[in-house]
Design a protein around this ligand. Structure first.
Ligand SMILES: [Zn+2]
Ligand SMILES: [Zn+2]
Length: 416
């Protein structure tokens, strides 16, 4: 009997995990610099939370959620997206009433579960780096989140990232637009793809970002032309702030995002060469969501960045992670007499915060050095009877092969 991991998942093993850690560490450090605090929510939530926030007619709720009944008969769903759990936790933990004027800035690094068709960079368990800001209606906050992501992608060496910006309006202006859109689309209903023939009834805005129906979308009225004064001002102000901060962005009226809760700003980051959609992140404003989840009316805006997509984009850009990175000191024991001292030295190095290991198979000098090299150590500390008697180690540089004698008492200072 052999077991395989479930379809659409992956194991992230040593040798691969280092780049994940690196990307996450940049994200965490930036979140700290921008004043965001980390939030960790459960991996599953009441199914109802996603139904009510994401929307019954979205792809996520209709066909992608991992929903199950627990032994107590409750319907639970694995985290299907990051915003609704963050908003639920924001309300449940009273983050909102500690200070009336307080803007709450949260970040998360979390797995997301969706029963999607597996394809390049898309997984049924994928990981998102997310930001949420609650409590401010200001367009500068939308711009902050977009600028954060832009700077993050720059730091990761991604070139040619596109920032696509749109507004999906608000309850004052979107319904009238949806009526117009539906009327125009009804005329060519027979020509739309099968999904859009349903969407036009259930979730008409989604027709706008359908890849198959772009010919018809081009003829449709644009939401950006139908916005109310407030939504229009907001969009203009987001653009102006991005301009001020030197973040290039393009208006794209097909950016609607798939979720019901978005209002006003919707945006997406794309990069060439990683598949048809090429999206590496996206988000928007959700001014009605907190109220929908049972709180007082509270504006919010957020982004989710796909970690696997970012890693894929780095690979496509030819960025090799850690190809020449070495770290630590491997301890080589010459003969069984030196073994105990070698073992003690290895633990001393580890206690001093220096990566270290020994060859438990106690093989030849050559085999031990080969292991030190393949495990990418910077140096090898060689200990034989002679070195032990004189209180020294032979320190071999694994890059250029140069060997020097260092007194045992100075070794850690020298390596730190
Ligand atoms: Zn509006
Ligand atoms: Zn379509």
């Amino acid at each position: 009997m052999t077991y395989k991991r479930p379809v659409g998942t992956q194991d992230i093993v040593p040798g691969v995990v280092e780049e994940w850690q690196y990307v996450e560490s940049i994200f965490r450090a930036m979140a700290d610099d921008y004043g965001y605090g980390e939030i960790r929510t459960p991996i599953f939530e009441d199914t109802d939370l996603f139904l009510r926030s994401v929307g019954q007619e979205t792809d996520i709720v209709r066909k992608e959620m991992y929903t199950f009944e627990d032994r107590g008969g409750r319907s639970l769903t694995l985290r299907a997206e990051g915003t609704a759990p963050a908003v639920r936790a924001y309300l449940e933990n009273n983050l909102w009433n500690q200070d009336r004027e307080r803007v709450v800035k949260l970040y998360y690094v979390a797995p997301i579960f969706r029963y999607d068709r597996p394809q390049a960079g898309r997984y049924r368990q994928h990981h998102q780096l997310g930001l949420e800001v609650l409590g401010s209606p200001r367009p500068e906050v939308d711009a902050e989140i977009i600028t954060f992501a832009w700077n993050f992608f720059q730091r990761l060496g991604l070139q040619g990232v596109q920032v696509l910006l749109n507004s999906v309006g608000c309850p004052l202006c979107t319904p009238a637009y949806v009526q117009k859109l539906t009327a125009v689309m009804q005329e060519s209903l027979g020509d739309l793809c099968a999904d859009c023939q349903t969407r036009i009834q259930t979730n008409p805005l989604r027709v706008l970002d359908c890849k198959l129906c772009q010919d018809y979308v081009a003829r449709a009225p644009r939401l950006a032309d139908e916005l109310c004064g407030e939504c229009d001002d907001h969009l203009v102000a987001v653009q102006a702030t991005l301009n001020l901060l030197a973040v290039p962005c393009t208006l794209d009226h097909t950016i609607v995002r798939g979720l019901d809760y978005y209002t006003k700003t919707a945006f997406e980051f794309r990069v060439e060469g990683i598949g048809a959609q090429a999206s590496i992140g996206g988000g928007g404003r959700y001014d009605g969501l907190v109220e929908q989840c049972g709180g007082k009316p509270t504006p919010g805006v957020g982004i989710g960045i796909g970690l696997e997509r970012v890693l894929l984009a780095r690979r496509h850009a030819g960025i090799e992670f850690g190809a020449d990175q070495r770290d630590g000191t491997f301890v080589v024991a010459l003969g069984d007499g030196a073994w105990n001292e070698a073992l003690k030295l290895c633990y001393e190095l580890r206690a001093a915060g220096i990566r270290s290991d020994v060859d438990y198979r106690r093989r030849s000098l050559k085999a031990q050095l080969r292991l030190a090299d393949s495990e990418r150590y910077v140096s090898a500390a060689i200990l034989g009877d002679d070195e032990i008697a004189r209180g020294v180690v032979s320190l071999k540089n694994m890059v250029d092969g140069e060997q020097t004698e260092v007194s045992r008492s100075e070794l850690i200072v020298r390596l730190s």
